[in-house]
Design a protein around this ligand. Structure first.
Ligand SMILES: [Zn+2]
Length: 322
């Protein structure tokens, strides 16, 4: 029996059920949050998270991966409180969120030293708790493979090989950085079938998506409800759905995962503005609009089950022998 580490302890993989693989209970830069806690309202943050996670639970969600890793305010105790109050299994990650530099502490030390820190989270516990990490996360954004990003990706790859935890990435689909991530992981000997290339669904370049899939990775249609951000246009639900439909038709349903990337609180946008500019964005939009539309377009129940239950479970539970 395989167990998965969650904020409230190990859970039998067979019990994970419907899983939202990329959401955020709260996302904020530690530099402000730790130094100026009076600017934040812990009670409101918790209320917002409980509201979303409870609503998701009412739609059958049993597990949620909190993609908030170090760099954007990971908080294992906060995750545990939400898990205890809602009954939803929350998988906490480790790794580091940066699109450019790593903090000087890591920059002057070896890649393996950073990997040690991630392995500690996987094997001992996060932030002084006994909550263990269930996945690793790293980011390649618009600046591409900067020295800090490469340091982080290599550390995540090495921590993956040592701990067995799967890898989730944030990629920039418009720039095609998912393929670069796969290239780099390959140089570290990573089994690409253990990797989820996140935010791939932000493009409808079918050739690019197939190239990622043919190398064995999972890809994330994990920003449903987010159609634009600042000056960046992402994709409408209809265009995202067309890609899911096409890829299911090509036999790739076993490598697709769906989620929202919904932040219950995000420091880079005012909550009122977030609600006004992104009216569909929530932790339940998939159930309200996306799944019904996919079904109507011909995606089968077996394929939907694969995207929402089986694929997240396989991604979380499988351990490659290195
Ligand atoms: Zn995210």
């Amino acid at each position: 029996m395989t167990t998965i580490a969650t904020a409230t302890g190990p859970v039998n993989a067979a019990e994970l059920g419907v899983t939202l693989v990329h959401e955020h209970l709260r996302s904020r830069r530690e530099s402000v949050a730790v130094q100026f806690p009076h600017l934040f309202d812990e009670g409101r943050d918790l209320e917002r998270a409980l509201l979303q996670v409870e609503a998701a639970r009412a739609h059958g969600v049993r597990t949620l991966c909190d993609a908030t890793v170090p760099g954007i305010g990971r908080d294992a105790r906060f995750a545990r409180t939400v898990a205890e109050r809602t009954g939803v299994h929350i998988v906490v990650g480790t790794g580091f969120y940066t699109m450019n530099e790593v903090p000087p502490y890591f920059a002057i030390r070896s890649i393996d030293h950073m990997a040690d820190a991630f392995v500690h989270d996987a094997q001992v516990g996060i932030q002084g708790t006994d909550i263990r990490a269930g996945f690793l996360k790293c980011v390649t954004g618009e600046p591409g493979l900067t020295p800090g990003v490469e340091h982080t990706l290599r550390a995540v790859a090495r921590a993956h090989r040592r701990s067995g935890l799967p890898i989730m990435t944030h990629s920039n689909a418009r720039e095609g950085t998912g393929l670069q991530q796969q290239d780099l992981f390959e140089t570290e000997g990573v089994d690409l079938r253990r990797v989820l290339i996140g935010h791939s669904g932000d493009t409808d370049d079918l050739e690019y998506l197939v190239a990622l899939l043919e190398r064995g990775s999972f890809i994330g249609f994990d920003r449903y409800g987010l159609e634009r951000w600042g000056q960046h246009e992402f994709l409408s639900t209809e265009r995202r759905n067309r890609m899911v439909l096409a890829l299911c038709g090509m036999g790739f349903a076993a490598q697709l995962m769906v989620s929202h990337d919904y932040p219950c609180y995000l420091d880079s946008i005012d909550p009122t503005t977030q609600a006004r500019e992104h009216p569909n964005w929530s932790m339940t939009y998939l159930f309200d609009a996306v799944i019904p539309a996919l079904r109507a377009a011909g995606v089968t129940d077996v394929q939907i089950r694969a995207m929402m239950i089986d694929n997240p479970r396989r991604w979380l539970e499988t351990r490659t022998a290195y």
